[in-house]
Design a protein around this ligand. Structure first.
Ligand code: BDR
Ligand code: CA
Length: 315
């Protein structure tokens, strides 16, 4: 996609969310970031909102509004991931306390208002955390569904199955009812699941490339990815930690480096054992209609080359 795309990023930053936000900000020829909406997920809503403001200040782009969204999932108690992201949710880099504040107005209303205000089909919603805000927006304002151009989300897994439980990926597990609403919404979906993000390993060489860029954004990313390794290398035993959320923005910028299949993805909401499982009809063995472009693989070298090229342009 070459023309300028208007996007809203819904996020719980998160080291990998932060890299995704920076990639979007570093791509002004292709991406017009209308705003950031925060969601409870990796840590609580207040910290995630603070982290979003810190990331914007790191990039020097404080004009982008940050709206706080929902503080908990639709039905369930919030599950967080301090064991992965640290107590602040963004452990690793030493980022200063933000000078700016969140913009007044609830994040769900920001999504609704912007989708209604922009031309039909022109806004892409990028979801990097639990899908609570998107589900709330679709329930509160059903008229926006046909106006949303596409939802591109990091979440779920089929071949890789789960990372927070044996059956489920974290973002879908935290709020499966919200995910169910989004996957049944009829809005065109692109799903970047663990199947592809587990191919995007932040090896020592790739982390060093960020550190050697000579800008503060590159150094901060090196610190973030270095932090993420602590937990993930021990968990997986791979040569680098997977980098999840930037796949969403990379797919917008360079879809040709990814491949997948248009198929049906349904969310398990009733079983406690497999809560939040993304049941993906990858082999088309049912008559369930396709509702998502489910990405299975990507070119990791091309992904990191894109990241390096863009992040080098930031302060
Ligand atoms: C997802 O969970 C979060 O911890 C990450 O930021 C990513 O969005 C990966 O399962
Ligand atoms: Ca995230």
């Amino acid at each position: 996609m070459s023309s300028l795309q208007k996007i809203i990023i819904d996020t719980d930053p998160g080291q990998d969310d932060a890299v995704a936000i920076l990639l979007a900000l570093a791509s002004p020829a292709e991406i017009d970031l209308l705003g950031i909406v925060t969601i409870a997920g990796n840590v609580g809503l207040a910290r995630n909102t603070l982290n979003a403001l810190k990331v914007l200040e790191l990039s020097g782009r404080t004009g982008v509004p940050v709206h706080a969204g929902c503080a908990r999932p639709l039905l369930r108690p919030l599950v967080t991931a301090e064991h992965v992201h640290g107590q602040t949710g963004l452990d690793g880099p030493d980022l200063p306390a933000p000078q700016s504040e969140a913009t007044p107005g609830h994040g769900v209303d920001f999504i609704i208002d912007r989708v209604r205000a922009e031309p039909e089909g022109s806004v892409t919603l990028c979801a990097l955390g639990p899908l609570t805000n998107l589900a709330m927006a679709l329930v509160k304002a059903p008229d926006i569904a046909p106006r949303i151009g596409r939802i591109v989300l990091m979440g779920g897994a089929y071949f890789e199955v789960g990372n927070i439980t044996p059956a489920a990926e974290f973002n879908i597990y935290v709020d499966p009812e919200a995910a169910d609403i989004v996957f049944r919404s009829g809005v065109p979906l692109t799903v970047l699941p663990l199947d592809v993000t587990h191919q995007m390993l932040a090896t020592p060489e790739r982390i060093a490339a960020f550190r050697n860029m000579g800008n503060r954004s590159g150094a901060a990313i090196a610190d973030m990815l270095g932090y993420s390794e602590r937990f993930d290398l021990a968990k997986y035993g791979w040569p680098g930690a997977p980098l999840h959320d930037p796949c969403v923005i990379a797919w917008l910028l360079a879809p040709e480096i990814f491949s997948g299949r248009h198929c049906n993805v349904a969310i398990e909401t009733t079983s406690e054992l497999t809560r939040g499982m993304t049941v993906t009809d990858y082999w088309h063995v049912t008559d369930r209609p396709a509702n998502a472009m489910f990405i299975r693989s990507g070119d990791a070298d091309a992904f990191y080359a894109l990241l390096a090229e863009r992040i080098a342009t930031l302060p």
